[in-house]
Design a protein around this ligand. Structure first.
Ligand code: MEV
Length: 464
């Protein structure tokens, strides 16, 4: 049977239609009609003049917690989908990915600074320079979720964080009500304000932190709406502190996904290396990323290749995901993945643990037809399930990149796709592609857009 990747685009769409993976409406979205009607796009951004399509492909062979999936990926880099599919296939043979997810909420910061109205000079110029907090201090949290600053002796802090802690303790019930009233439907969707904390930073900043469970939404709108409502309530009642801002934090340490993958040594060999050797070299490559910042940056880019593509395809916010992922790293933790050997089972074992503040409803997910279709391919997952799938794609991308790197090198696999891309840029038609790619492959040193254009012209001349 012809493999999915060997079909033409039209044949793939027809097969998906026959399989029932897509319906008649989806066919229209996937046809050449604009998938994003101007009537929708013009209301999404300011000054809209067009759309910017990138290819949407399906990564094959994913099995996540026992469910087989084709994963939609929107990406311009030629090798990303092929690489993810290839790794997912090896992983599927040992049972697929096993995921676990923690979705405790998004933190919003309501930031105050000491009221500086008393420190203006006579001519009205301000003589206080405001700097951003350099370090948020540790907080202790008691059982009911009220967090208390445990370091009150900083010289720039007023006692009790300028009265903030006492204020929050005395107004906790009202704050919870304000939060609820700001977005009453959130509770019916399983979300709501989970914790209220108070902490202080150097230089006189202090903050109320709200941990808000956004239900199955990504959360930016709901969390910011609640934060601003609570901020207004507090600012109107607090003396001596000046409200600076209220905004969610993209540090999403409480929205995490983990995925584990196992690959039998027997599913890893290359032409010139046995599977165990490949596995050991992959473990070494992963270890090197943990000790080399230069390598970690690239290792992580490989993981984000997969993650970013699914995030974009599902209409989630790619910048938010990047910000959250990178906020999780530091000198002790340079990457989100870890690879080890299970000697007993003769397997390579990979784990990923990464913040992924994704949503499965709301925002662009509900407006973009392509995003809706992508979610359909994933069997309309809730946000937790989507997090597990996306983490798994990141792990697969990481495996594919490392396996190529520690064996034949990355260019060997990349070049075919690069040649295809050059051929298409040179105007090759689908029926001409194979010959142009073969021509470029014959002399890699000369492969360029100019050579591809010459090859296209030569081919057409010989056929005249
Ligand atoms: C290229 O887009 C990504 C890689 O460089 C990742 C890696 O080196 O691990 C291949």
């Amino acid at each position: 049977m012809t493999k999915f990747y060997e079909l033409s685009t039209a044949e793939r769409i027809a097969q998906l239609h026959t399989e029932g993976a897509i319906g008649d409406d989806d066919l229209r979205v996937l046809s050449d009609e604009p998938a994003l009607p101007t009537a929708v796009a013009t209301n999404m951004v300011e000054n809209q003049i067009g759309n910017f399509p990138v290819p949407l492909g399906l990564a094959d062979h994913f099995v996540v917690d026992g469910e087989a999936l084709r994963v939609p990926m929107a990406v311009e880099e030629p090798s990303v989908i092929a690489a993810a599919s290839n790794a997912a296939h090896r992983i599927a043979r040992a049972g697929g990915f096993r995921t676990s997810v923690r979705r405790d909420g998004i933190t919003a910061q309501i930031v105050f600074m000491k009221d500086d109205s008393s420190s203006r000079s006579d001519n009205g110029d301000e003589n206080v320079s405001v700097q951003m907090p350099s370090q948020v201090r540790q907080v202790n949290k008691n059982a009911d979720g009220f967090a208390i600053n445990n370091q009150q002796n900083h010289d720039s802090l007023q006692s009790d964080n300028g009265g903030l802690m006492t204020f929050v303790r005395e107004h906790e019930a009202q704050i919870r009500k304000v939060a609820h009233d700001a977005h009453p439907s959130l509770q019916t969707h399983g979300g709501g304000l989970r914790k209220i904390g108070v902490s202080a930073s150097a230089e006189g900043f202090s903050e109320i932190d709200l941990l808000v469970d956004p239900g199955h939404a990504m959360g930016a709108n709901v969390v910011n709406t609640i934060a601003e409502a609570v901020a207004r309530y507090c600012a109107e009642r607090l003396g001596g502190l000046d409200l600076l801002m209220a905004i969610l934090s993209n540090d999403a340490r409480d929205q995490r996904a983990q995925s584990e993958a196992r690959i039998d040594f027997d599913n890893l060999p290359t032409r010139d290396m046995d599977g165990e050797q490949v596995a050991r070299r992959i473990v070494a490559a992963a270890r090197f990323a943990q000790i080399s910042p230069l390598r970690a940056a690239t290792h992580n880019k490989g993981i984000m290749n997969g993650i970013g593509a699914v995030v974009l395809a599902t209409g989630n916010d790619t910048r938010n995901i990047n910000a959250a992922a990178y906020a999780d790293l530091n000198e002790q933790r340079r990457t989100w993945t870890n690879w080890t050997i299970d000697k007993k089972h003769r397997q390579l074992v990979g784990n990923i643990d990464i913040p992924l503040p994704l949503g499965s409803v709301g925002g662009a997910m509900s407006t973009l037809p392509m995003a809706k279709l992508s979610l359909k391919f994933l069997h309309n997952p809730d946000a937790s399930r989507l997090m597990g799938i996306v983490a798994s794609v990141g792990l697969a991308s990481n495996l594919a990149a490392m396996r190529a790197l520690v064996t034949r090198g990355i260019q060997d696999g990349h070049m075919n796709l690069q040649y295809k891309s050059l051929a298409m840029s040179a105007g090759a038609r689908p029926d001409e592609l194979q010959q142009i790619v073969a021509g470029l492959r014959a002399d890699p040193a000369k492969a360029s857009l100019k050579t591809a254009t010459n090859l296209v012209n030569q081919l057409r001349n010989t056929l005249k």
